[in-house]
Design a protein around this ligand. Structure first.
Ligand code: GLU
Length: 305
């Protein structure tokens, strides 16, 4: 009897095309690539383009990944092509009574009293139990967002670097009131669609993972393995941003910097290409602290910047 091999899972990188990638994003992309390839997974790309799109950014992001040698498998998935798929997932939840329309403005949410132990920013549940007549009246008035009717206060995931991570799960938004599906929904649907079973991404998303895993469980989808990696920060410890100076591949290359080496070195690797890096990559040796990147300090002796 022969058994066919299990289909290979995938790791992924999922940039938002809101601007050029900076070295911190590129470092996360390299880590996602290394984690996927070193565990015999495919590596796929997704473009999170439902929000904040800057013209030309997607093309430049893909070009930067290619320049660094981070090849991916299959077609790039674009969220803007998948609105029907997200609608179906939302309908599945609505059909099970797991959603409700919400009419609150951001301000109303900020000003509403929250439950004693609810973490700051959680939805206070204002619209959760509106009577049907009131709901209909308000729907005629202004567009509603759709929220998840969450049954839990918190959920946990297992992260390869952080262990068990427990975070609050409130009635988060699934569909924004401008009709755009929300990130926490699309990420879950898309990871499944692309066969992603390993999510390597920045630590800024660590506390979102439990919400996403909870939603996956409600949709009957598998929860991926999570690996949240440290971010790049500037001299003051704030998350690295374009305004910190020369931080993109083009800006740094123009200044004579080998960006792949810069990133590899920050990970303690001496490789000059991703494939070489695979030979020396050891997940447990990836630094646990944020990577402090000070643009002006990256070119020794150049007084101009
Ligand atoms: N597009 C998201 C971002 O750039 C990442 C989403 C994810 O990795 O789950 O922050």
């Amino acid at each position: 009897m022969t058994t066919s091999p299990a289909p290979r899972g995938a790791g992924r990188f999922a940039p938002s095309p809101s601007g050029d990638l900076h070295v911190g994003n590129l470092r996360t992309a390299l880590l996602a690539w290394l984690w996927a390839r070193s565990t015999d997974r495919r590596f796929v790309l997704r473009i999170d383009d439902l929000d904040r799109v800057r013209a030309g950014a997607e093309q430049r992001q893909l070009a930067d990944l290619r320049t660094l040698g981070l090849e991916w498998d299959g077609d790039v998935l674009r969220q803007s092509d998948r609105l029907d798929v997200y609608r179906r997932a939302i309908k599945q939840l609505s059909d099970s009574g797991l959603t409700y329309p919400c009419f609150c403005t951001r301000r109303e949410i900020q000003e509403a009293p929250t439950a004693p132990h609810a973490p700051p920013g959680s939805y206070p549940g204002t619209c959760r139990d509106l009577p049907e007549t009131e709901r209909r009246r308000r729907l005629a008035d202004r567009p509603a967002a759709l929220r998840l009717r969450s049954d839990v206060a918190e959920w946990s995931v297992l992260d390869e670097r952080h262990g068990t991570v427990v975070a609050a799960v409130d009635d988060f938004v699934l569909l924004r009131n401008d009709g755009v599906p929300a990130y926490n929904l699309t990420v879950v649907v898309d990871d499944t669609a692309q066969g992603v079973d390993q999510v390597v991404r920045g630590e800024d998303l660590l506390t979102s993972a439990p919400r996403q895993a909870y939603l996956a469980s409600l949709l009957g989808l598998a929860v991926p393995a999570y690996v949240h990696v440290p971010l790049a920060v500037n001299a003051t410890g704030a998350r690295l941003a374009k305004r910190d100076g020369a931080v993109t591949l083009t800006e740094l290359t123009d200044r004579g910097i080998d960006v792949f080496r810069l990133i590899a070195e920050s990970l303690g690797l001496s490789a000059t290409t991703p494939f070489e890096a695979l030979g020396e990559f050891a997940p447990e040796r990836v630094p646990t602290e944020p990577w402090v990147f000070i643009p002006s300090a990256s070119v020794a002796g150049d007084p101009l910047w």
